[in-house]
Design a protein around this ligand. Sequence first.
Ligand code: NAD
Length: 298
Amino acid sequence: MSTTVAFLGLGHMGGPMAANLVRAGYQVVAFDPVPAAQEQARTDGATVVDTAALAVEKAEIVFTMLPSGRIVLDVYREALPAAAPGTLFVDCSTIDVADAVQAAELAVAAGHRALDAPVSGGVGGATAGTLTFMVGGSDTDFAAALPPLEAMGGKVVHCGGTGVGQAAKICNNMMLGISMIGLSEAIVLGEKLGLSHDKFFDVVSTASGQCWALTTNCPVPGPVPTSPANNDYQPGFATGLMNKDLGLASNALRTNGVDAQLGLLATEIYQRFAEQAAHRDFSAIITDIRTRSEQEPA
Ligand code: NAD
C-alpha cells in the first residue's frame, strides 16, 4: 500500500512539489484555501480537502510550504491535534530559525516528530523535481523523510539538528545577496571606466571574482543568455523573496550577536529596492545602482 502524505500550501512551490509526490506514487491529501490552487492540485492527482486538520488525519508525513513563520505556527496549531501520534511534520517553508524551532517544539509536545527542510531551486526546481533540501532534525526523522524528499529534489542534505536547515538556507541567501550587490557595483564601476560587459565577463568569470551571481545569473544581458537580465529581469528569484530571506538573516544576525555589517547593509539595500521592484529578478539591483550612480555626488 502506498504511503499517505498531507501537503499544506499549494502555491508556486507547493503545487508542483505535491504533483511530484503524486507522480512518485504517494497518496497526497492536500489543503490550500485558494480555489485555483485546489483545482490545480485535483488536476495533478491529489485528494483535496477543506481544512488542514482533515488533510493530516491519515497522513504518515505532513509537508508544509507556506508564506511565513506566523502562518506555519498557526497551521501547526490547527493540524497537530488532528494527526495520529508520531506523525512526521516536515516544514519546507523559508522562515525564521526561531519560528522553525518553535514549530518543531509544538510538534514534539503534541506527540509528533518534526524536521525543517527549506529549499533552494525556485519554481523551476520545484516543477522539475530538482530542488535542494536543507534539513534540520534527528537522524531517524531524516531517514524517514528521505524517500519523499528525494521524489521532490535533486539533492537532500542533512545539515544538523532542529533549525539548522533554515540556518543553511539563510546563510546561503545572505551570501548571494551580498555577492549580487558587490558584482553589480563592480560592473557599474567598469562601465564608468570603459570596460565592456563582455570583457568584464571574460576576465572575472575565470578570475578570483568568479561567483554564481556572475556565471549563472549575470545581471547584464549578453554574457549568460539564460540569465533574467536578458528577459527584462523577469524572475528567476524575485527581489521580494530576496528581501524576505535577508530579513530572516538579519533577525538571526542580531539574535546571535554576529558583527555582519555587509549582511545588514545588503538587507537595507534590498529592502529599499523591493519597495519599487519586488517582482523583478534580484539581479535588477544593478539598474538601481546605475541610476543612483548617475546622480550628482552629494
Ligand atoms: P505562494 O504564496 O505562491 O504559496 C503559498 C501558499 O500557501 C498559497 O497558495 C496560500 O494560499 C497558501 N496558504 C496560506 N495560508 C494557508 C493555510 N493556512 N493553510 C494552507 N495553505 C495556506 O508562495 P511560494 O512561492 O510557493 O513560497 C512558499 C514558501 O517557499 C515561502 O516560504 C518562500 O519563501 C519559499 N521559497 C520560495 C521560492 C520561490 O522561488 N517561490 C524559492 C525558495 C523558497
